[in-house]
Structure formats: structure tokens, C-alpha cells
Ligand binder design. Structure first.
Ligand SMILES: Nc1ncnc2c1ncn2[C@@H]1O[C@H](COP(=O)(O)OP(=O)(O)OP(=O)(O)O)[C@@H](O)[C@H]1O
Ligand SMILES: [Mg+2]
Length: 444
């Protein structure tokens, strides 16, 4: 599609925006998509390909040029939207010296154009009820769209309706993490998507770092030197990931329906709340919660495990991790099985009042853990965006000759490590853990 040649767009009340200047800060490959009006616009591909940056720029352009907007920039988890969509949009407004035209409510993550009333609201869909608070939307941007469930995407689509002054669009930005992902089925291989493409309602743009005019050399090198073949495929080449040698595979999702878990298993019958912790800093720290129904004694025939991601975040110091665990109400009465390689952090958690202890560890325990955990029936919440993804992608290594090795790939395994610490220690080696840590108290 040709880029409309518009030199100056009227901003409003006499103020003007020079579109040529605007375009000079947008990666060239994306210029056509700034003006693309399809109902679905999928900007997908490798890492660092300027998908998110451009989506933010498009949102800014629309609230500048088109009055009457109520645009929603969403992540699945509200906590992550501040550092992604909201900061990108604010940064973009500042870059173009347009921030002064906006009333910015930092707390609510809402920006309103003072001159034409158009609004951008940032938010999360962690609670399915939140979708109901989305009032008369005129457009959406779903950042890291693979985090959303197919039900979320369906609901969002249904809410974008009515005779509106401007074209209605849902932008999805994402990495093609797995060939099995519901987004691939919905937008790339269904008969519906074929019809939508043919009628121009669905436009997709596949990109890699090469499409980003502003990429830095260091990052480019990181991507080019990626050694893991699946990560290379997804993040360097921007192709759908073909996951081989996956260890666990997807969790059984407790559907988005609120209280579904209560129906599946009444809260009163859930027992033995426990946690697993994998410490990180450069990598994410992961704190996972587990509850059970059925017998937690061998042979675990009727045992069901309910997994909830509590924390998954990079750059947390031990003190910050403790603060977060307090804020997230990690239960101090329940055992927390931690990476045994880090006794100082375990001690710090213990001193802070948590029932932290080291997880079972022995020669060969990584393999034994995997074997044990694979035999369990694990249910996960849709809000577990990182752990659900790790479960789908955690896989065994391959050597140069293509032989599959026993050992798992040591990347994107933080929640899966926490899972292993908690479940293998608590269900299979509780005596060992308690014997080794006399301070531990029983599960209440
Ligand atoms: N228009 C721009 N102006 C300045 N810098 C940019 C621009 N577009 C992209 N960049 C730089 O490139 C980096 C990667 O861009 P962006 O985050 O949009 O990529 P992405 O495709 O969303 O990546 P990921 O798949 O990892 O989410 C940004 O952090 C920023 O440093
Ligand atoms: Mg991005």
C-alpha cells in the first residue's frame, strides 16, 4: 500500500503536526501500516523489530489526528503495562514534543488530548471482569498478544462496535512463540482468516530486527549469535517456533471463567498450599504457588495440582523480592521450597518471616524431578502468562548431531525450576527437606 503523501496534518486549533517529521522517526518498513485501516493489524515477528514502538507511534498519531477516540493499550497483566505500552506512548509523545498537549494521569495510565478529547487508556486483563470496564472503545492494541487467551481476543473483538467516526482497529504485536499457538490458528490458518485476508479486514506484517532502522549493534549481534535453534527461529528469524523435545507441554488451563476453580474443586477442599522459588536477578525471579486436591501421598492417583504464578520478574534484589512477596501475600505459614544453590537468599527469606527452606537436591535430581513432575496433573490459571509459556517451551537439549540429550535447555526455565523445587520436594522428598531444615513448620 502506498503511503499517503500528506505533508501537514492539522493537529487542531491551529497547531500542526508535520507528518514528514513524524515519519522520519518511524522505521521505514512500517510506514504503510501507520495508515492501514484493516480491522485486524498483526505486527508480528522476531525480537527488536520495532513492533511495539511502531504500535505506540500509531496510537499517538491517531489520537493526534482523529478526535473522538477511546483507544485501549492492553497487556494481559496490568502490572506489566506500565513499563511497556504506557512508557512507550509517553516516550513517543515526548520524542515528538507532543506531551504538552496531553493531560496525563500517571496513576490510572490514561492520556487525554487536551485539544480534541481523544484518549488512550492503558490496562491489563488479568481479571476477566476488567473487560467489562472497557467503555465504548474505538480501538485496541494488544501488546505481547500471545499472552491473551482466545476468549480474551474474542471478547475484545466483540466490544469494538458501533458507528464510530474513525476506523476500528485491533493491533496485535507479538513474537511467534509456537506453531501451536491459538493466534496462529485463528489468524493464519483458519478459513475465517482466509476470508478476512481476502476482504482486507486482516493485514499481517512479519518483521525481524532488520526492519528496525533504530536497532543497536549489540542487540543485533545477540540475535545473530543465538545458539538455541528454536530461539533463533522465533526471535532472530521471526518465524513460528517449532517446538521439539518439549518436556511438559501446556498446562490444563482453568478457563477464564471466574470461580471455575471453585467449581472444579471447592476452595475448602484445596489443601497444602506450598511455594517454589527460583532466584534470579539478570534472569527473572520466579515465585510459584501450588495447591492440591486429592491425596498428596503416593501413588498420587487422584492428585490434581493447581499452579499460580505469583512473581516472575527480572532485576529484583533480595530485599525487593521480599517486599514483593509480602505485597503479594505469600503465606508465611506455608513451606517455600527454594533453589538450594542459594543458601544466603533462603536465609534472608527465612529471617523475613517466610517458611523458606532448600529444595531437595541430589545427583541426578534435575532428571528425577522432570520425570516425577511429568506424571502429575497440573492445572494453570490463564493469568500465569510466563509459567504457562515456559511449560509449553521448556525442552531438552540437542547436540550438534541432532541427538536429543537428557538435560533440559538452560533458558526460560525459571518458573519450571520453581515448579520442580516445590513439587518434587514436597510430594516426593518431604522428609528429606524437613530433616535438613529443622526450622521448617508443618503445613497448616
Ligand atoms: N522509531 C524508533 N525510534 C527510536 N528507537 C526505536 C524505534 N523503533 C525501535 N527502536 C529501538 O528498537 C528497540 C526495539 O524496538 P521494539 O521494542 O519496538 O521491538 P519489538 O519488535 O517490539 O521487540 P520484541 O519482540 O522484543 O517485543 C527499542 O527498544 C528501541 O530502542
Ligand atoms: Mg515488543
Amino acid at each position: 500500500m502506498a503511503v499517503p503523501i500528506v505533508v501537514e496534518g492539522v493537529l487542531m486549533a491551529g497547531a500542526k503536526i508535520n507528518l514528514e517529521n513524524f515519519l522520519s522517526l518511524v522505521s521505514t518498513a512500517y510506514h504503510p501500516y501507520l495508515f492501514e485501516r484493516a480491522r485486524y493489524l498483526l505486527l508480528w515477528g522476531g525480537a527488536g523489530s520495532a513492533k511495539s514502538y511502531t504500535a505506540a507511534q500509531k496510537f499517538v498519531l491517531r489520537v493526534i489526528l482523529e478526535p473522538g477516540h477511546r483507544l485501549y493499550a492492553l497487556r494481559k497483566i496490568e502490572r506489566s503495562v506500565r513499563l511497556s505500552c504506557f512508557s512507550l506512548i509517553c516516550g513517543c509523545l515526548k520524542q515528538y514534543d507532543l506531551y504538552k498537549y496531553f493531560i496525563v494521569n500517571q496513576k490510572e495510565m490514561r492520556l487525554i488530548n487536551k485539544l480534541n478529547g481523544s484518549m488512550i487508556q492503558c490496562g491489563g486483563l488479568d481479571d476477566p471482569e476488567k473487560i467489562k470496564s472497557i467503555y465504548d472503545p474505538t480501538g485496541f492494541w494488544l501488546e505481547e498478544a500471545t499472552e491473551f487467551s482466545s476468549a480474551d481476543i474474542r471478547q475484545i473483538n466483540l466490544r469494538l462496535r458501533g458507528n464510530l467516526p474513525n476506523y476500528k482497529q485491533i493491533i496485535l504485536t507479538f513474537n511467534p512463540i509456537s506453531q501451536l499457538h491459538h493466534i496462529r490458528k485463528r489468524f493464519f490458518s483458519s478459513s475465517r482468516s482466509a476470508r478476512e485476508r481476502a476482504s482486507g479486514r486482516l493485514i499481517t506484517f512479519q518483521s525481524t530486527y532488520k526492519d528496525n532502522d533504530f536497532i543497536d549493534e549489540d542487540y543485533k549481534r545477540e540475535l545473530e549469535e543465538e545458539t538455541d535453534s528454536t530461539a533463533y527461529m522465533v526471535y532472530t528469524l521471526g518465524e513460528w517456533g517449532v517446538l521439539e523435545n518439549v518436556i511438559y507441554g501446556p498446562v490444563i488451563l482453568i478457563d477464564d471463567e471466574p470461580h471455575k476453580l471453585d467449581i472444579l474443586c471447592p476452595r475448602s477442599r484445596l489443601k497444602d498450599k506450598i511455594y517454589g522459588v527460583d532466584f534470579g536477578y539478570a534472569n527473572p525471579s520466579a515465585v510459584m504457588e501450588y495447591k492440591f486436591s486429592g491425596s498428596t501421598n503416593p501413588p498420587f492417583e487422584d492428585l490434581k495440582v493447581y499452579e499460580r504464578e505469583i512473581i516472575y520478574e527480572k532485576g529484583l534484589t533480595t530485599d525487593q523480592l521480599i517486599t514483593r512477596m509480602n505485597l503479594d501475600n505469600v503465606d508465611k505459614g506455608c513451606p517455600i521450597y527454594c533453589d538450594a544453590a542459594d543458601p544466603a537468599q533462603i536465609e534472608a527469606l527465612y529471617v523475613a518471616g517466610f517458611n523458606a527452606r532448600k529444595a531437595y537436591k541430589a545427583q541426578g535430581s534435575v532428571e528425577a524431578t522432570i520425570k516425577f513432575v511429568k506424571g502429575l496433573e497440573i492445572y494453570g490459571y490463564p493469568t500465569n502468562v510466563n509459567s504457562n509459556q515456559e511449560a509449553e517451551t521448556y525442552r531438552r537439549q540437542k547436540d550438534r548431531d541432532g541427538n536429543v540429550l537428557e538435560a533440559p535447555v538452560d533458558a526460560d526455565n525459571h518458573a519450571m525450576s520453581a515448579r520442580g523445587y516445590a513439587l518434587f520436594s514436597h510430594l516426593n522428598h518431604r522428609d528429606w527437606c524437613e530433616a535438613f531444615d529443622p526450622r521448617s513448620i508443618c503445613v497448616g
